[in-house]
Design a protein around this ligand. Structure first.
Ligand SMILES: Cc1ncc(COP(=O)(O)O)c(C=O)c1O
Length: 337
């Protein structure tokens, strides 16, 4: 039977948590050739058509939409949002009409490709320009009064989506227990809308792993006075997640989970603005491991990972969050459908 590590560990959750198997899990783990202590978790392969970190979150999000009878969904992200692509594809399959409000991001082939994919998947794209205008459109939307509309936070990082990464950490613990990899001393992951790191932070503690999580900030830290990508913002999401779990799993009453400070050293000059270190890491991953990364998220995190590998004697795990399936093939399929 298809199930998830989170339900095996906490069977009582399954009664409260809509879930639909969409991802191909567990994702593989393996050593990276030529790096004595470098390992990778292949969340680039979470789905046969389009992988990346959003599919894990959408297993819970799409199921919640279906349970609520949702017909239309709204989300927001940068012009090249990977979350928008994953949501557009899986909403299409679920019969949910998706609108994606977008804000400016430096142009790149990945951005262009993601725009084409979202359109081909039938998403309604509305460009709002600045992040502030986009966020205001999202939060003040008149459809918020409708019960069949769903508002999905950027990066698919809403309370149920984050559980996808609690599950991911428990899945990793099962792989460690099965001897597929040693327990990492360090786990490196990019941080944008915070959900991936928040879920992993909770899951690593629940699993009893000693691994130190290094969240590499790649998004703007603030929107005016509001903290958008900071240690505090991650902690808020951690607290929301532990509250949800405590509510449904009575044995978790005493759960106190502390988010580690974000790594600020690889952001560069802006969201989506490539850095030299990120570009070098992308080249290294392409040449040495045949794994494609991009400049906004995974390249910057990979730069941090390579430095952690050099500075650490124990195993260091890179959590690959960027889809590596061929988007040429996907675009062709969508256009011919
Ligand atoms: C490829 C990729 N990696 C990492 C992230 C960051 O994950 P999160 O938004 O959960 O912090 C995102 C999206 O935001 C992404 O598209």
């Amino acid at each position: 039977m298809t199930t998830r590590a989170i339900f095996q560990r906490y069977p009582e959750l399954q009664a409260h948590l809509p879930w639909q198997p969409l991802a191909e899990l567990p994702t593989p783990v393996h050593a990276l050739p030529g790096l004595a202590n470098g390992w990778i978790k292949r969340d680039d392969l979470t789905h046969a058509a389009y992988g990346g970190n959003k599919v894990r979150k959408l297993e819970f999000v799409i199921a919640e939409m279906k349970a609520k009878g949702v017909r239309t969904a709204y989300t927001f992200g940068a012009t090249g949002t990977n979350a928008g692509v994953a949501a557009a594809l899986l909403c299409k399959d679920a019969g949910v009409a998706l609108t994606v409000y977008t804000f400016d991001q430096p142009d790149s082939p990945t951005v262009q490709r993601n725009q084409a994919l979202m359109r081909a998947a039938g998403a309604n794209l509305v460009h709002r320009g600045t992040l502030l205008a986009t966020v205001l459109t999202f939060y003040l939307h008149p459809a918020r009064l409708r019960s069949d509309a769903y508002f999905l936070f950027a990066g698919c990082s809403n309370p149920v989506g984050v559980l996808g990464y609690v599950n991911a950490a428990l899945e990793l613990a099962d792989q460690i227990a099965a001897g597929e990899l040693p327990e990492p001393e360090v786990i490196v992951v990019p941080v944008g809308s915070n959900g991936t790191l928040a879920g992993l932070t909770v899951g690593v503690q629940l699993a009893g792993l000693k691994s130190r999580l290094v969240g590499v900030r790649v998004a703007e830290s603030h929107l005016g006075p509001i903290q958008t990508c900071t240690t505090y913002a991650v902690q808020q999401m951690v607290n929301q997640t532990t509250a949800f779990l405590r509510q449904h799993v009575p044995t978790l009453k005493e759960l106190h989970v502390q988010a580690a400070p974000l790594n600020e050293a690889y952001f560069g000059t802006g969201y989506g603005v490539p850095t030299d270190a990120g570009k070098a890491a992308i080249t290294r991953f392409a040449n040495d491991f045949a794994i494609p990364l991009e400049a906004t998220y995974s390249g910057k995190a990979a730069a941090a990972f390579l430095d952690e590998v050099a500075a650490t004697t124990g195993p260091v795990l890179f959590w690959d969050t960027f889809n590596s399936r061929s988007t040429d093939a996907l675009l062709g399929t969508l256009k011919s459908a």
